[in-house]
Design a protein around this ligand. Structure first.
Ligand SMILES: [Fe+2]
Ligand SMILES: [Fe+2]
Length: 344
């Protein structure tokens, strides 16, 4: 999971690079590298880890991919809370598989970011000290079982909308990771919708639980696509670099248009009195998003920010022995292999 709220500035401003003074020959080499990079971007080609790339392109990608990776692993927490309380064995098995997928997405993405020269430890440290951002959607609580269904249907649904264009991102390792991620997100969205459909065919209390969860999550999901285009000055550069393919507002519109008919099938009401089909535009109109609340949550003041970070840090500390054991095992294998090669 997901989105442009990934690519918001992290807590501390990066140290300004000292402008290097280049001689004429060095400038020529740099210019040639830039021309080659621009040609690949213009031809809609892929930039690979060992290719030359502008510093700002590398930094933007490290920030976006690491925020994306953080979102995947923090996203495991609100749903992980429900594994022990899933209402049936089938739902428990599905939820375990989904939460495990999110852990896998984190791994693909940390690996993709590492190819840009930033270590996983550096990225995790930034997350754990609260400097790096992750998608704000995970700073809200999951109050009932219906929240788990709504997260699948709407949060993963918004994620797919945002992530499909990333499969065509100009940075090869990120684009390739997203292909597999999107296939798994599609399962996440469907399992959520199917869980809600079962509840909507149940008792009045179950139906009310679904409606309540939809009411609480709808607007937060619309905010997931990030600030309006007019307030997203970095988007233009992201588009130029082939990192971002579709604007925040266009993605949000696609999500609204895709979700309205699904809500009808479910029999839930989307909590927006201004939501209606606009014949002239060929799209649904929708109401105002509360951006003050969005930014308050991004900046650390959502209902669960502190809890999520504390749980994540504890999980990392509790897993220290696993990492040490894996390193010791790898070391032992390498030593054994070296001894065998010597003996041969
Ligand atoms: Fe995911
Ligand atoms: Fe997902």
């Amino acid at each position: 999971m997901y989105t442009q709220s990934f690519n918001v500035p992290d807590g501390a401003a990066p140290a300004q690079a000292v402008a290097a003074v280049l001689n004429a020959a060095q400038q020529q080499v740099l210019q040639a590298a830039q021309t080659k990079f621009d040609a690949v971007i213009d031809a809609d080609g892929k930039i690979e880890p060992k290719d030359w790339m502008p510093d700002a392109y590398r930094k933007t990608l490290v920030r976006q991919i690491s925020q994306h990776a953080h979102s995947e692993i923090v996203g495991m927490l609100p749903e992980g809370n429900w594994i022990s309380r899933a209402p049936s064995l089938k739902r428990k098995a599905i939820l375990i598989a989904k939460v495990q997928d999110e852990g896998g997405h984190g791994l693909y993405l940390y690996s993709a970011a590492e190819t840009l020269g930033t270590s996983r430890d550096q990225m995790l440290d930034a997350l754990h000290i609260g400097r790096a951002k992750y998608s704000s959607i995970f700073n809200y609580p999951t109050l009932t079982w219906a929240d788990v269904g709504v997260i699948g249907w709407l949060v993963d649904g918004a994620a797919i909308m945002n992530q499909i264009p990333l499969c065509r991102c100009s940075y090869g390792p990120y684009a390739r990771a997203m292909v597999r991620v999107c296939k798994e997100e599609s399962f996440h969205q469907r399992q959520g919708f199917e869980a809600l459909l079962a509840m909507m065919q149940g008792s009045a209390a179950q139906q009310a639980m679904v409606q309540d969860a939809v009411n609480r999550w709808w607007w937060k999901c619309l905010a997931m696509f990030g600030p309006p285009d007019a307030d997203s000055p970095n988007s233009v550069q992201g588009m130029r670099w082939g990192i971002k393919r579709i604007s925040n507002d266009d993605l949000r519109q696609k999500f609204v248009d895709a979700t309205v008919p699904q809500a009808k099938v479910l029999g839930v009401t989307l909590p927006d009195p201004d939501l209606k089909w606009n014949e002239e535009r060929g799209h649904h109109d929708y109401g105002q998003i509360d951006w003050d609340e969005f930014w308050a949550t991004v900046n650390g003041n959502g209902p669960c920010n502190k809890e999520r970070l504390a749980t994540r840090v504890k999980a990392h500390e509790d897993g220290q022995w696993v990492r040490e054991a894996a390193m010791a095992h790898a070391q032992k294998q390498a030593t054994r292999q070296a001894q065998q090669q010597e003996a041969a």
